[in-house]
Design a protein around this ligand. Structure first.
Ligand SMILES: *[C@@H]1O[C@H](CO)[C@@H](O)[C@H](O)[C@H]1NC(C)=O
Ligand SMILES: [Cu+2]
Length: 239
């Protein structure tokens, strides 16, 4: 009796705290930088849930973020990995509770100064997305890939400083409005080697999502393996 009460207590608190996730590190051009290097990581791993909030851009209250004075150089056309962890101290086997299921996305915004630009407002375009395929969610692919979200940096971009916003969305509570949990951090990067031949159409954050988007207000437990899922946000930019 006593043991079962304790077990229930542990299970309840585990689902409350082990649930969330943070984009903690970036791997670029074969190098994995340290935790929080050039990334505005929060001290708390909680989600943003109000898609109209300014902190939808690069996180922030109620998850206080720390600024960084670093910038990571990234070669256009290469793949980078946004490395996701449950907390800033977690390892590759503790990425996010696998019960957190949803889409995975990445966005870029060209900025004058990646160290200080808040990211709020226009300028964003989507460069990577994963949704739901054959009963598998993109978040579970990231968990199975030891927390690595692989993102190709388009080769046709203009060189210069950018914010790289990586995002995972958990839809277990998304049956009710603002029940979707959005996790995002911004990395400060400098793109080199781009051809500069493309001008991506850009969008505002907040603004890319609506609380009643079919990909954010959804009962995922009624989905079948073959169900179609509409990834939220603007269309994917490709060169
Ligand atoms: C980037 O990653 C994708 C998916 O893993 C792979 O298909 C592609 O070849 C990679 N591209 C480069 C330039 O490494
Ligand atoms: Cu969570």
């Amino acid at each position: 009796m006593k043991a079962s009460v304790i077990l229930v207590g542990i299970a309840a608190s585990a689902s409350a705290v082990s649930a969330h996730t943070i984009f903690t590190q970036l791997t670029a051009d074969g190098k994995t930088y340290g935790v929080s290097y050039a990334i505005r990581t929060p001290s708390y791993d909680g989600p943003q849930t109000d898609v109209t909030a300014k902190n939808m851009a690069c996180n922030g209250a109620p998850n206080p973020t720390t600024s960084s004075d670093k910038i990571i150089t990234v070669t256009a056309g290469s793949n980078v990995s946004a490395v996701w962890r449950h907390t800033l101290e977690s390892g590759p086997n503790d990425v996010m509770d696998p019960g957190h299921k949803g889409p995975v996305m990445a966005y870029l915004k060209k900025v004058t100064d990646a160290k200080t630009d808040s990211g709020v407002g226009d300028g964003w375009f989507k460069i990577q997305e994963g949704g739901y395929k054959n009963g598998q969610w993109a978040t579970n692919e990231v968990i199975n890939n030891k927390g690595n979200q692989v993102i190709n940096i388009p080769s046709c971009l203009t060189n210069g400083q950018y914010l790289l916003r990586a995002e995972m969305v958990a839809l277990h509570g998304a049956r009710s409005t603002n029940g979707a949990q959005l996790y995002m951090e911004c990395a400060q990067i400098e793109i080199t080697g781009g051809t500069g031949t493309a001008k991506p159409k850009t969008y505002s954050i907040p603004g890319i999502y609506k609380s009643n988007d079919p990909g954010l207000l959804i009962d995922i437990y009624s989905m079948k393996t073959t169900s179609n899922y509409v990834i939220p946000g603007p269309p994917l930019f490709t060169c």
